[in-house]
Design a protein around this ligand. Structure first.
Ligand code: VG1
Ligand code: CO
Length: 580
């Protein structure tokens, strides 16, 4: 092939958000759109670094992925990249990409330098929905802000991109190696099995024999919903082939370009089929729900864990995993190096860290902030309230890992009990945890796709309000007389303890005397309008008060949050789009 330089000009709006660039497919297919972003990434990483590099390119299989892969292959070849690894059919979950970067060794001994991950995660897919792209670094984690800022600034000045002319489309449906020759020498495309590296890693972390025993016990019933995302490609291999779960326990496990028309977001609103099967639906419930259910998002880095008629909040989930990891998961048997959560995630993990005397960190929203802590051996287990849980086995959150962690904990709690009459259930484990550590009532209200101007004004109003706590408390007393006082309010700012970098404006916090919190932030992953997220939390230590319905327990604080922020006034919405 030859290298062609194509003239182009900057296109507005290519700033990567919380997790890469996410836009409507219609935006991505505009002439030069993807090419500008990819070349800006190559330029940000540096021409020298790209020469001879090995890159992974794959994603959750959403609509436009296959075209995008062929474009990236041709641009990589033209930029002097030595080889590209592609998961079969272009499929690799986000955690599997991270694992492949860190673990896979090519037939010729090569190791990956980074990856383009093609996903818009939990956003719907299809010709009228979203596509996305992000770059991950040599440690397997998302590019840090220093790099994403550079990429963005390159997109505003770009004049040309390089593309290989005469390089044919590569058949990515068949495993195997293709070689090509260009001006810089050889260029290889290696199409490999999407699951095997990841499965191998999971087997080195968990005791599959113990989990298999649990899954084959007639007392334990199991269900997994991939919402037609890429998790399906792993669920079958791991849960069915390796661990002996029944095929019928898999729901929506065939990856589809449009996720079957659904919203591949594992929560109580969008994972409808699973929620009904687990007995948690408002209508059409299953009479005899399974003991355990879980779901993943489009790119399989998120997870929702459910028990029989029981929802586990993601904030509780990471705390429970941290509290039991050393006993239940061989990978952690030497102890935890530390734990971390994102700022809006509840303080359930903080309480565990305190009890177990573990290092603890609070970082801004977005997985990229955990990477430095893990690289510096300061953190083993971390999580976000947004259904993200993970550990330092890779540098992304990991949906299937989280399910395996729960299965390992359930197996551990039942290890002498599988022959007995009553299983220790998911609900038992959570209630036990609450009685030991107290309970963090928690909910999140999302106002999706609201007017961007109104959202900005609301945030500006809340920042201004913070400067006068007396006024804040006066307003609150006028709404609800029995909530405690706000003792502190600020905009969250984070100084990375490893590299000293500072991230500002990471959400507005109102902190109450009794440990309750209200947090407001704007989403960085949406593709149109603005999304306001409101996080509400209340801590309860009194064992006689930990069994309440969460929405009921939080009702007074919710009312305070909505009125204090003038939510309806600024957004025109009387109710959120999604409550989790
Ligand atoms: C959301 C979540 C955040 C998560 C991010 C990426 O970001 O709140 O916790 O890390 O999505 O997850 P935001 O900016 O919209 O609140 V994934 O699974 O979409 O890559
Ligand atoms: Co995701």
């Amino acid at each position: 092939f030859k290298v062609t330089r194509v003239q182009t000009s900057p296109i507005d709006g290519q700033k990567p958000g919380t997790s890469g660039l996410r836009k409507k497919v219609k935006v991505f297919v505009q002439p030069h759109y993807l090419q500008n972003f990819v070349q800006s990434t190559f330029n940000a990483l540096g021409a020298d670094k790209m020469k001879g590099a090995t890159l992974v390119v794959s994603g959750d299989g959403r609509y436009y992925s296959k075209d995008a892969i062929q474009i990236i292959l041709k641009m990589a070849a033209a930029n002097g990249v030595r080889r590209i690894w592609v998961g079969q059919n272009g499929l690799l979950s986000t955690p599997a990409v991270s694992a492949v970067i860190r673990e896979r060794v090519g037939a010729d001994g090569s190791k990956a330098n980074g990856a383009f991950i093609l996903t818009a995660s939990h956003n719907p897919g299809g010709p009228n929905e979203d596509f996305g792209i992000k770059y991950n670094m040599e440690n397997g984690g998302p590019a840090p802000e220093g790099i994403t800022d550079k990429i963005y600034s390159n997109t505003t000045t770009i004049k040309e991109y390089l593309i290989a002319e005469g390089l044919p489309d590569v058949d990515i449906s068949k495993i195997g190696l293709s070689n090509f020759t260009g001006p810089d020498g050889q260029f290889d495309v290696d199409v490999f099995d999407s699951a095997s590296d990841y499965v191998k890693l999971m087997k080195s972390i968990f005791d599959f024999q113990t989990i298999k025993k649990l899954l084959s016990s007639p007392k334990f019933t199991f269900c997994y919903d991939a919402l037609h995302g890429v998790a399906g490609a792993y669920a079958k291999r791991i849960f069915v082939e390796e661990l002996g779960a029944k095929e019928s326990s898999l729901l929506n496990c065939v990856p589809k370009e449009d996720f079957g028309g659904g919203h591949p977001d594992p929560n109580l609103t969008y994972a409808k089929e699973l929620v009904a099967r687990m007995g948690l639906s408002k209508s059409d419930n299953n009479a005899d729900p399974p003991e355990f259910g879980a779901a993943a998002d489009g790119d399989a880095d998120r997870n929702m864990v459910l028990g029989k008629r029981f929802f586990v909040t993601p904030s509780d989930s990471v705390a429970i995993i941290a509290a039991n990891a050393v006993q239940a998961i061989p990978y952690f048997s030497g102890g935890l190096k530390g734990v971390a959560r994102s700022m809006p995630t509840s303080a359930a993990l903080d309480v565990v860290a305190k009890h177990l005397n573990l290092k603890f960190f609070e970082v801004p929203t977005g997985w990229k902030f955990f990477g430095n802590l893990m690289d510096a051996d300061m953190c083993s287990v971390c999580g976000e309230e947004s259904f993200g849980t993970g550990s330092d086995h890779i540098r992304e959150k990991d949906g299937i890992w989280a399910v395996l962690a729960w299965l390992a904990i359930i197996a551990h709690k039942n290890k002498d009990n599988l022959g007995g009459d009553k299983l220790v259930t998911v609900e038992d484990i959570v209630r036990q945890h609450w009685s030991t550590y107290g309970r963090h009532y928690y909910t999140r209200y999302d106002y999706e796709n609201v007017d961007a101007g109104g959202a900005k004004e609301l945030m500006a109003y809340l920042v201004k309000l913070q400067s006068n706590l007396t006024e804040v408390n006066n307003i609150i007393k006028g709404i609800q007389s029995d909530v405690s006082n706000v003792v502190n309010a600020d905009e969250f700012e984070y100084k990375d303890p490893v590299d000293g970098s500072i991230s500002k404006h990471q959400g507005i916090r109102y902190l109450f005397e009794d440990g309750s919190r209200l947090v407001f932030r704007l989403s960085g992953t949406g593709s149109e309008g603005a999304t306001i997220r409101l996080y509400i939390e209340q801590y309860e230590k009194d064992p006689s008060k930990i069994g309440r319905d969460s929405q009921e327990a939080l009702a007074p604080l919710v009312e305070v949050a909505l009125k204090l922020s003038k939510m309806q006034e600024y957004t025109g919405r009387s109710a959120p789009t999604v409550i989790t």
